[in-house]
Design a protein around this ligand. Structure first.
Ligand code: PSU
Ligand code: MN
Length: 318
């Protein structure tokens, strides 16, 4: 296939030829976000990690589709120099769904959040997405109204999102309540506890758990079939970091307290809040948070690839 522009819903996207080939040949495709590369992981490790995440998808028989805006063009699947640009350039802005139009109009380079990545991936007909942590309700939300648009995006986009829960920089129980309100099911993979990103267990239980990718794929497909047309929401699949690999909970709690205090003192608001807290963690844990972050994202990329393969096996396109 030579064309890199599809018609219909995907019109206006540039889809990497390898991703087009994979979609046409029923090869598993896994969407990957780019904000984690530009604003979620420290330089210079971020470029190496971005490549490793893509490689993990390949190692399990899939094709990665890292999504970003390059020169105002939404791109599904990046060429090597584009991945480098996202990792290294200060000109890369963080793009939620509402920023996509303006970034296109102004011809910007941008990294897409979970919400914006899921939105573009759905337009390209991709239905599985791997990330580290989802955005959610912030701890001061009662006063600040700061709730990530990841949640409302997932309430409308039929995408299976594999993550390691949400970071404890957020209000975890409030985030779980909002997911319920928004009709987004949350399935644990081999756990009955919602994971806490750096921590195996956030301390909050999950209602549903599955032990195999095949069962997860089945539940996801049944959700999309049965919820339609009243809702067509995404599904969150929560894959915890193994307990022997989690960050020391004492260290975690100490850094978290300091990070939240620093954000408040510095008057950090809006889309800067999450990158500020993540950077604080990476700096203050001396590489521990980076190690855990890389490990859990790769595990999510692997599980996502296996789920994508099972979805194809259950419902191959003609
Ligand atoms: N949580 C993480 N790592 C991340 C993010 C969230 O553990 O890199 C990024 C994701 O791209 C997510 C975004 O979609 O932050 C949420 O930002 P906000 O809270 O501004 O909605
Ligand atoms: Mn926010």
């Amino acid at each position: 296939m030579s064309s890199t522009v599809v018609t219909g819903d995907g019109e206006g996207l540039r889809i990497h030829p390898e991703v087009i080939d994979a979609l046409e040949s029923d090869t598993p495709v896994v969407a990957l976000e780019s904000t984690i590369i530009s604003h979620g992981l420290p330089r210079p490790d971020n470029l190496r990690v971005a490549r490793e995440i893509e490689q993990t998808v390949r190692d399990h028989g899939g094709v990665p589709a890292t999504i970003a805006m390059i020169d105002g063009k939404p791109c599904v699947g990046l060429f090597e120099e584009e991945l480098r640009l996202i990792a290294e350039s200060d000109a890369v802005v963080k793009l939620g769904v509402r920023d996509l139009g303006v970034a296109a109009a102004k011809g910007l380079h941008g990294a897409t959040t979970v919400a914006a990545t899921a939105s573009l991936a759905a337009q390209a007909d991709i239905d599985v997405f791997a990330t580290g942590g989802l955005g959610g309700v912030h701890r001061q939300a009662r006063d600040t109204w700061d709730e990530s648009a990841d949640l409302t995006a997932l309430s409308r986009i039929p995408m299976a999102v594999v993550c390691a829960g949400v970071k404890s920089i957020l209000d975890v129980p409030a985030t779980l309540e909002r997911l319920e309100t928004l009709n987004v099911p949350v399935y644990g993979y081999r756990t009955n506890q919602f994971p806490g990103f750096y921590l195996t267990d956030s301390g909050y239980p999950l209602e549903w758990s599955f032990d195999f990718a095949e069962e997860l794929a089945d539940a996801v497909l049944q959700h999309w079939q049965m919820a339609w047309p009243a809702v067509s929401s995404g599904v969150l699949i929560a894959n915890p970091i193994p307990v022997e690999d989690q960050i020391d909970p004492m260290l975690h709690d100490r850094i978290l307290t300091d990070a939240l205090a620093a954000a408040e003192k510095g008057g950090v608001t809006g889309k800067d809040v999450t990158p500020f807290l993540l950077e604080f963690f990476h700096r203050e844990t001396d590489g521990e948070s980076l190690r855990a972050n890389v490990l859990l994202v790769k595990r999510n990329a692997e599980l996502a690839t296996r789920i994508a393969a099972e979805i194809i096996a259950a419902a191959p396109s003609q």
